[in-house]
Design a protein around this ligand. Sequence first.
Ligand code: ATP
Ligand code: MG
Length: 191
Amino acid sequence: MSKEKRYKWRREGYRENTKGLLMVNTGDGKGKTTCALGLMMRAAGRGMNCCMIQFMKSKTDRYGEHESAEALGIEVHTMGDGFTWDTNNPEQDVKTSRETWALCVEKMRSEEYDLLVFDELVYVLDYKFLPLEEVISEIKSVREKQPHLHIVLTGRNAPQELIDAADLVTEMKEIKHPFNAGIYAQQGIEF
Ligand code: ATP
Ligand code: MG
């Protein structure tokens, strides 16, 4: 679907009347990425221009969200090499994180978006693959220039500085997870 067509669904003066939020989905329970995908689905229905950039998840994999996002006109870029316990190569993880962050910066500065999701960026920060201060300061500077821009960050163990900078922080808390009963990732539920 073309951007022009979706923009027509937005309210007049949308950007001027929007207070962009920095949102963080963190915690050890399931649902951080799923929640961000749900939000993009809602936003796309309002003609908002949405893009998700996925850290860590393997660029060679194709998940259910790729198919659905395409159908809804939501951009998704999956840039990682796989989770760090799979890659076992911290140097490569740092390099790939840098490249992925460069795309995040490009998208933020483009002024083309209403909602940006940086999936698993919090995980990357927790593993110190990217410097926290640099990420926070870039996000702050972009938000000053584009007060309408909503940004969602996902991943476990959000650092306090990120929580302080955010407007909305949600902690997914594990009460029960099928993994602990030997039920592993399933199609359409995890990927
Ligand atoms: P989802 O992508 O399903 O919304 P998530 O983003 O909250 O999950 P991540 O921390 O990104 O979870 O974890 C990646 C994978 O680990 C997901 O497939 C998820 O189902 C699984 N997972 C999440 N929480 C747990 C848990 N408490 N125990 C085991 N596996 C988990
Ligand atoms: Mg996730």
